[in-house]
Ligand binder design. Structure first.
Ligand SMILES: Cc1ncc(COP(=O)(O)O)c(C=O)c1O
Length: 465
């Protein structure tokens, strides 16, 4: 029997989780009392718990180290962070403090690299993997970095990129490069082959016709990225094996090719019901690479990953207050919140992404099925399903006597970049204030308001008034 919201969670999910627990009827996120934080800073609020970033980097390294040791795999593992998951200076600070390598995606990432270097946070010897489809200004900026002694490795997306680099690189220049292999999309997707990368059937010929003939270039890395992420499905393992076979074929004629970059896609909990056997997933990746290399008689490559969501997702929480209730018909109760889901968590609208959703208090109230409504007038500004398609339940409460606040958790990746932090938003809903939580030199946690809520003056300025 579900008497209270707490009973419902207890009976349905494995709760507490690594990042969330209930103490004295108050929700704690990474040990932080969320109702107390909301009392201090108000609502709505974006929170970033920064120590989790270094912990996730350590976790990824430990997973690969354990798999490599137990399988006696011959290559090494290197962790790279894909900056597009969150470019913020406070994220990059944690990432670089953990000595991660970086993956860039656009021309403007290069300015970020130069800034971090000028501030003494990034060393020139740190490998920079330059991914993405590259307009000439991005390629020029990469060439300039390499000329200035940065350890830049552009991953070639298409033959035109290589032709441009070959044209621009001085006669006596040298450049290490990678190649991106185009993966096949999941069968149910709208197209077959990823638009990024070179088709597996063309890779070997491209190497022998173009790269091998030019002594200024050394092919070091083969990269692939399965868009749907790393999952225990025959589709994923099949794409992985195809990529390793492509590596093996290339490796036979290209001794400088020593690395395989598996991209990003390590999943995180987007719902309390999500469970991932990370040791199994990582061990299986390493085992499959090893197995294929043995069968093909080629050396086992060093492995690189570019985990974005896994690195920063769990650091973020997006907190709202329920400011009104509307019973629109017998079965549809709306909890109206004090900002917009569409603009604060654009993935909920754009790709129907789910996040862990929990009330921050009132767990003693009876659960009631609700739709959550945002403040824009858009009928897409709602949230009413959990990660496994189930309905959303929150505690029933009397707004005249009590308040209800709620949080979406593990929202630290991509949401700010997709919503254009600080820009003009749908229905002029302001960008939320942002609170950071970090460890000081003595290991004590400190929280502070990093950015206040966007002001009307700022919006008017952006709109040209
Ligand atoms: C080339 C590449 N690497 C890494 C990533 C990061 O993926 P995730 O955040 O799922 O780890 C992406 C995401 O789009 C990508 O396109």
């Amino acid at each position: 029997m579900n008497n209270t919201y707490a009973d419902l969670i207890d009976q349905t999910f494995d709760f507490p989780t690594n990042s969330l627990e209930l103490k004295d009827n108050k929700l704690h996120f990474h040990g932080i009392d969320i109702p107390a934080l909301m009392e201090k800073y108000g609502s709505p609020l974006k929170v970033y718990y920064l120590p989790s970033i270094g912990e996730k980097i350590d976790e990824a390294r430990t997973l690969f180290r354990d798999a490599i040791r137990s399988l006696k795999y011959k290559g090494k593992y290197h962790f790279a962070y894909c900056t597009k998951a969150s470019h913020f200076h406070f994220v990059m600070r944690e990432v670089l403090a953990a000595d991660a390598l970086l993956e860039t995606s656009s021309r403007y990432d290069i300015d970020l690299i130069r800034h971090l270097h000028a501030k003494g946070r990034l060393k020139k010897k740190n490998l920079l993997i330059h991914n993405g489809y590259k307009p000439e200004n991005y390629l020029d900026a990469i060439l300039e970095l390499a000329a200035d002694g940065f350890n830049s490795l552009p991953v070639i997306d298409n033959p035109e990129e290589f032709a441009y680099l070959a044209d621009q690189l001085p006669e006596d220049g040298k450049l290490n490069i990678g190649l991106r292999l185009a993966t096949e999309e999941e069968p149910k997707f709208e197209f077959y082959t990823s638009r990024l990368g070179i088709r597996a059937a063309d890779v070997k010929k491209f190497y022998s016709d173009a790269i091998e003939k030019d002594p200024r270039f050394e092919l070091r890395m083969l990269h692939f990225f399965v868009d749907t992420g790393i999952q225990d499905t025959s589709y994923y393992w099949n794409e992985l094996r195809k990529a390793v076979r492509a590596y093996a074929q290339l490796r036979k004629s290209c001794p400088s090719l020593k690395s395989l970059n598996i991209g990003g896609g390590l999943p995180i909990q987007n719902g309390l019901g999500d469970e991932y056997d990370y040791p199994y997933l990582i061990r299986e990746i390493v085992r499959q690479v090893q197995d294929t290399c043995r069968r093909e008689g080629v050396p086992q490559p060093d492995l690189y990953s570019e985990f974005g969501k896994f690195t920063v997702g769990e650091s973020g929480a997006t907190l709202f207050e329920v400011i009104g209730q509307k019973q629109q018909n017998d079965s549809e109760l709306w909890y109206m919140i004090d900002n917009s889901l569409m603009t604060a968590l654009p993935d909920t609208w754009g790709i129907s992404e789910r996040f862990i959703l929990l009330p921050t208090e009132q767990w003693e109230g009876p659960p009631v099925r609700v739709n959550i409504g945002g403040l824009t007038c858009d009928n897409s500004d709602f949230y009413n399903a959990e990660s496994h398609g189930g309905q959303v339940y929150l505690p029933k409460f009397n707004s005249k006597k009590k308040r209800l606040r709620l949080g979406f958790f593990h929202t630290g990746a991509y949401q700010d970049a997709l919503s254009g932090y600080g820009g003009i938003r749908h229905c002029l809903i302001p960008a939320m204030k942002r609170v950071l939580i970090a460890q000081d030199k003595d290991g004590n946690l400190r929280d502070w308001l990093d950015t206040p809520e966007q002001t009307s003056e700022e919006m008017m300025r952006l709109l040209g008034y």
